[in-house]
Design a protein around this ligand. Structure first.
Ligand SMILES: Cc1cc2nc3c(=O)[nH]c(=O)nc-3n(C[C@H](O)[C@H](O)[C@H](O)COP(=O)(O)O)c2cc1C
Length: 343
């Protein structure tokens, strides 16, 4: 029984990855992640020089919302509201950062990049590869990206160009929304090695006392444990439509969430908010509980259950529907509508 898995040809000690963000912004964090047996680390996204301003963060840049709201017992609910854009150093610092990660850790390192024109995406991605990154993730879905960058016109060209130029695997990170399935298919067609589903979304909040927007006064990235439900759906849909692997991300805080993502077809699961809110110890707990689940179910590898829940998923045509209004206390007297349902 082992948590080890192979993802994009990389041997990982766990299907759990550190998602790009403040927990993968320096070498010490990478070493901490390795100590916690994380499968791989997606480094904080570096932006091209055109987006130099994104390297300077407002302070404070995070606010934890809803953490004290309780329904029933102890709350496991929160919303992480943040405005942190790119890696805070220069491009040169980032290349040094990748090299240092490779010198001080053995865990696979995934560079993460953001630009606008295809040539800039390619240049950044190639530099990641050149400095030792084992894979590169294209962050085309940041909640802070400028509105002028459109999937069809900008990102398709970027994915095509990067995929052609790189020899290491290329992951394309997408955001939740009505177009995500189309985008997964397009990324696959462009030759992407995997998709990462789903980035956080852009949200907003105001303070009713001051009657002003909170924090830095503009829209922010939002996420939290609640986000997993729509990402579960996007992962399930994608797993049934594309052949390239899926790295799930969004709202996973427990082993149960990780298992659900795998049952819905994900190969790996990227986490961040739970590390930020509960510390690195939360990773030990997840790993401990994953092993407990495998033992209980007699599973030798989590790969055995990948996509299992999809095999028995029903379709809209097969959903059993009932005719007539419910009679009080007589649910079992309802009659199925003719022609619908499996009966
Ligand atoms: C403070 C913060 C900063 C983030 N920065 C990045 C980033 O630079 N690049 C990126 O691709 N995703 C970034 N993300 C998104 C995470 O990588 C991750 O996909 C997302 O938070 C969902 O996972 P979680 O619910 O476990 O946090 C950031 C998220 C947070 C909370």
């Amino acid at each position: 029984m082992a948590l080890t898995t192979t993802f994009l040809g990389l041997k990982l000690q766990s299907p759990l990855l550190v998602a790009s963000g403040p927990a993968s912004h320096d070498v010490n964090q990478v070493r901490l992640a390795e100590e916690q047996h994380m499968g791989a680390i997606v480094l904080k996204t570096v932006c091209s020089d055109k987006y130099d301003h994104m390297r300077y963060w407002p302070r404070p840049r995070y606010k934890l919302l809803d953490w004290d709201k309780q329904i029933g017992g102890r709350s496991k609910y929160f919303t992480l509201y943040s405005y942190e854009q790119g890696y805070s150093g220069t491009l040169k610092d980032y290349w040094e950062f990748i090299k240092a990660c490779k010198d001080h850790a053995t865990v696979p390192i995934v560079g993460s990049v953001f630009a606008d024109v295809a040539e800039d995406w390619k240049e950044l991605a190639l530099k990641c590869q050149e400095n030792g990154a084992d894979a590169v993730e294209l962050d085309i879905s940041s909640p802070h990206r400028p509105g002028s960058l459109d999937f069809e016109t900008t990102f398709i060209a970027a994915i095509n160009t990067v995929v052609k130029a790189l020899r290491v695997p290329v992951l394309v990170k997408l955001a939740a929304g009505p177009d995500v399935l189309q985008q997964c298919k397009a990324a696959e067609k462009c030759g992407a090695s995997a998709v990462t589903l789903c980035n956080r979304i852009r949200g907003f909040d105001v303070d009713i006392e001051t009657q002003q927007p909170i924090l830095h006064g503009y829209y922010a990235g939002v996420g939290g444990p609640w986000a997993k439900y729509y990402t579960f759906r996007h992962v399930a849909e994608a797993a049934q439509s594309i052949r390239i692997p899926i790295s799930a991300t969004g709202g996973a805080t427990t082993a149960e969430d990780v298992i659900k993502y795998i049952l819905l077809g994900a190969s790996t699961v990227q986490i961040l908010s739970v590390i930020m809110v509960n510390g690195w110890e939360s990773v030990s707990q997840i790993h401990h509980d994953l092993k407990g689940y495998m033992q209980q179910k007699g599973i030798h590898s989590l790969e055995e259950i990948r996509g299992k829940a999809l095999q028995v998923m029903t379709s809209p045509e097969d959903i059993i529907r009932w005719s007539g209004e419910p009679k009080t206390g007589a649910r079992n007297l309802w009659k199925p509508v003719e022609g619908h349902g499996r009966s």
